[in-house]
Design a protein around this ligand. Structure first.
Ligand SMILES: [Zn+2]
Ligand SMILES: [Zn+2]
Length: 212
């Protein structure tokens, strides 16, 4: 079975998720934005051996500690989509602007594109490209456990900001309605910030995309 635990990191309380196969205890960390000692301690407590880093998008609170973690544990960096190259390049400046610890750019071991898959032990997750909040944003979807890790595309009761450079409101709405909704009303999503919800609940009650 695929398991996950979400650990809020950085002053922005970003929902970093540790995902693992409970037969092999091989794990991946999604969006290590910061607080590496907290993340490493959580993995130790869980008995998870981190083998990969998966990135939804390259905002500082999601990707700020990627280079440090990859270097320290010699992990491959999977994602985001190439559309986020300029956000990766901008990590040092973003760290300064938001008064985060220093951050370095990184080179993904593998860029992700719509329709790709990522694999953890015997488990495969689907990758969907969901631009709008950032142009290179991707989400990770496990049909097996009906969970989607959606970063800053969709939140319980809200949607991602689109007022950043290369943000696009129409793209974001299309990403949500055409790429997230088909994952099913009963799929639980883990947003980049705040509590989990289901796509079905948001389709009904989210003021930005309800009724779509
Ligand atoms: Zn973001
Ligand atoms: Zn965020």
């Amino acid at each position: 079975m695929l398991q996950y635990e979400t650990v809020p990191v950085t002053p922005f309380q970003q929902n970093c998720s540790i995902v693992w196969c409970d037969e092999t205890m091989q794990g991946a960390v999604i969006d290590p934005g910061g607080d590496l000692p907290v993340l490493e301690d959580a993995c130790k407590q869980l008995g998870v051996t981190l083998e990969q880093i998966w990135i939804t998008h390259a905002h500082i609170d999601h990707a700020g500690a990627t280079a440090d973690l990859a270097e320290k544990l010699n992990l491959p960096i999977i994602g985001p989509h190439p559309g986020d190259q300029f956000w990766i390049d901008g990590l040092p400046q973003a760290a300064a602007n938001y008064r985060f610890p220093p951050s370095r750019p990184f080179t993904p071991t593998r860029w992700l594109h719509d329709g790709d898959t990522v694999t953890l032990g015997k488990h495969t997750l689907q990758v969907r490209h969901c631009p709008g909040h950032t142009p290179g944003h991707v989400v990770f979807y496990s049909p097996e456990i009906k969970r989607a890790f959606v970063g800053d595309v969709l939140f319980a009761g809200s949607i991602g900001r689109t007022d950043f450079p290369q943000g696009n409101h129409e793209d974001l709405i299309n990403s949500i309605t055409q790429r997230l909704w088909p994952m099913g009303d009963d799929t639980v999503f883990i947003p980049g910030h705040g509590p989990e919800s289901t796509f079905g609940r948001e389709r009904v009650s989210n003021p930005y995309v309800g009724g779509t």
